[in-house]
Design a binder for this molecule. Structure first.
Ligand code: SAH
Length: 314
């Protein structure tokens, strides 16, 4: 799992406060994870407030993928154009190794009980288990889904509550594979796990094998389009992505994945975004059966054909 591939290339420029906004805008075009502006110096005002003064550091991370050299050339070209209007220093690049990320979370990742029976366990630990415990052993690497995020916990609880043995499950945006593994261990017959990220697919496949559920869980690179092309459907569909992505996926046929009388768990939704996801699922023939909240997040349980949920509200 730990090799020395680089996953991100840090790029920063130290510029005047006036230039910061323009430089941020340029970096933002190439940095999917956003741009940070840090002060380099503070001064203390007469009423004891520290206020930033002088130059600032504008920092961002470029994905170190196959297109990195192209991205870097385009970024430098954009900065050169901006440099014709404002004096700019050369950007400073700092590679960020895969290991740094995985080692950092390994230090923080402990066995975690979620729901009634699920126990998420780092692959390198072997804690004692109660007879009813359902262990999920995880080595998430760079893939999202260690079990600590509220959106993942909401989904795990929903799987525990809504999964019926023998069901077929679709897990769209599988990340580390955590939900797919939970579904298989709780009795699903077949789980189709999809992710657009190649690293997530690789990690999920390893985790599926390590949990002994490879006979029931198939991990595939792709998304809704690939599932629809195969005519795939399931009686339980899990989608923990983001509200805006879920709304877009509904416009592209997400509801077709749910079999009649099937259920869908929608997560990655902030409380303030529940309304737009609710509206989208209703537009596409589903009804809201339950909502579960954790911290600022909400998971929506939707149903096809309006069949009543027996144990929806906890
Ligand atoms: N299911 C895991 C991971 C959720 S993170 C959990 O519950 O913890 C969301 C995952 O969705 C990421 O791995 C990301 O790569 C993937 N993803 C984002 N957009 C997607 C899309 N349009 N189709 C499929 N997967 C997507």
């Amino acid at each position: 799992m730990t090799d020395d591939r680089m996953n991100w290339l840090g790029v920063s420029l130290t510029v005047s406060a006036e230039a910061a906004e323009a430089v941020s805008e340029v970096l933002a075009r190439f940095a999917p994870a956003g741009v940070a502006v840090e002060a380099t110096n503070f001064t203390v005002t007469p009423d004891d407030h520290g206020v930033p003064v002088g130059d600032v550091i504008v920092r961002a991370y470029l994905p170190a993928d196959a297109e990195l050299e192209q991205t870097r050339a385009r970024l430098e070209e954009s900065l050169w154009h901006l440099g014709q209007l404002l004096p700019l220093p050369a950007p400073v690049y700092t590679p960020v190794a895969d290991q740094d990320w995985s080692e950092a979370w390994k230090a923080n990742f402990k066995p975690l009980r979620v729901g009634k029976r699920l126990m998420v366990i780092p692959a390198w630990l072997d804690p004692p288990l109660a007879p009813d415990d359902v262990p999920i052993r995880l080595d998430p690497g760079m893939a999202f889904g260690t079990g600590t995020h509220p959106t993942t916990q909401l989904c795990l609880c929903a799987v525990e509550r809504h999964l019926r043995p023998g069901q077929t499950v679709i897990d769209l945006g599988t990340g580390s594979g955590i939900l797919a593994i939970a579904a298989a261990k709780l009795g699903a017959n077949r789980v189709l796990a999809y992710d657009i990220d190649a690293e997530a697919v690789r990690v999920a496949q390893e985790n599926v094998a390590a949990n002994g559920v490879a006979d029931r869980v198939r991990v595939t690179k792709g998304s809704l389009a690939e599932l629809r092309a195969k005519g795939a459907s399931a009686s339980l569909v899990l989608v923990n992505i983001l509200a805006s992505v879920i709304v877009r996926l509904f416009e592209e046929g997400l509801a077709d994945l749910v079999e009649p009388e099937g259920r869908m768990v929608l997560s990655g939704i902030l409380d303030s975004q529940a309304y737009e996801v609710h509206a989208a699922l209703q537009r596409h023939g589903l009804t809201l059966a339950a909502q579960e909240h954790l911290e600022d997040w909400v998971a929506l349980i939707a149903e096809k054909e309006g069949k009543l949920v027996d144990a929806g509200r906890g």
